[in-house]
Design a protein around this ligand. Structure first.
Ligand code: NDP
Length: 245
């Protein structure tokens, strides 16, 4: 039987790389993008192939509609009909207060984290919707507990971009529920990656009731559950993976 196909944005490092690895272990063929770190992406793709699954690596900037559309078209052409799309790519601003924020940086965070997610969801729905000739599918969005806490003094625009992902999850899940598509969101607390870790922000450990940063693999498990048929009646749900934060 053919393997199901998953597309993961931002799969070259951190949480995205853990999602790609676990997807391959669970029998998916995986397409994923990187922004600039081609070498990291190729290493992850080799791991996928070593597990006997197909891998497709695409360079794409999630702030570019043309890049996003091209990423989906390459996936169609080289892997086939998409079953799952995980919008994981995300960036933070340089830490600081909103009163000192720069328009270009605010715009960039919103474009990559939130507007890109809308375009990727559009492309996924076009392919998956039973009303458009598709066979259904599943979308998982990467939110953040910051969307709830607001990240004051540090990264309010990051928090508002992630709060927008909650709204996208609630709205789109309902919009496409009768078209065979489930939409869900994972909301991580601090996870140890290049973006965020115990070394760069040790003070955050005391904000986490479990007293430690999470691991990328702990987020990947939640994503793979929501993507799978084990979650067949779960849609517009938000799953915290945050050590109780
Ligand atoms: P990393 O910085 O470790 O990895 C980011 C990934 O996104 C890389 O694959 C990177 O590619 C890719 N990427 C960056 N910019 C773009 C862009 N413009 N277009 C396309 N891809 C891009 O991040 P994390 O793994 O920590 O975070 C992954 C997701 O999880 C993000 O959405 C983040 O907001 C969210 N999250 C993270 C938390 C944490 O504590 N780490 C907590 C809550 C949510 P490349 O390697 O080429 O740079």
């Amino acid at each position: 039987m053919a393997s199901p196909i998953m597309l993961v944005t931002g799969g070259s490092r951190g949480i995205g790389a853990a999602i790609v690895r676990l997807a391959a272990e669970r029998g998916y063929d995986v397409a994923f993008n990187y922004a600039s770190r081609r070498d990291e992406a190729e290493k992850i793709a080799d791991e996928v192939r070593a597990k006997g699954q197909r891998a497709l690596v695409v360079q794409a900037d999630m702030a570019s509609e043309a890049d996003i559309v091209n990423m989906f078209e390459q996936t169609d052409a080289e892997l086939g009909r998409l079953d799952c799309m995980v919008y994981n790519a995300g960036i933070g601003p340089s830490p600081g207060r909103l009163a000192d924020a720069d328009w270009g940086e605010l715009r960039r965070v919103m474009d990559v984290n939130l507007l890109g997610a809308h375009i990727a969801c559009r492309e996924a729905v076009k392919r998956m919707s039973t009303e458009r000739g598709g066979q259904g599918g599943s979308i998982v969005l990467m939110g953040s507990r910051a969307g709830y806490y607001g990240a004051p003094g540090r990264a309010i625009v990051y928090a508002t971009s992630k709060g927008g992902m909650d709204a996208l999850n609630y709205g789109l899940g309902k919009e496409v529920a009768a078209e065979g598509i489930r939409v869900n969101l994972v909301s991580p607390g601090p996870i140890s990656t290049d973006m965020n870790n115990e070394q760069s922000a040790p003070e955050r450990v005391k904000e986490i009731p479990m007293g430690r940063y999470g691991k990328p693999e702990e987020v990947a498990s939640a994503v793979l559950f929501l993507a799978s048929s084990e979650a067949s009646f779960v849609s517009s749900a938000s799953l915290m993976v945050s050590g109780a934060r």
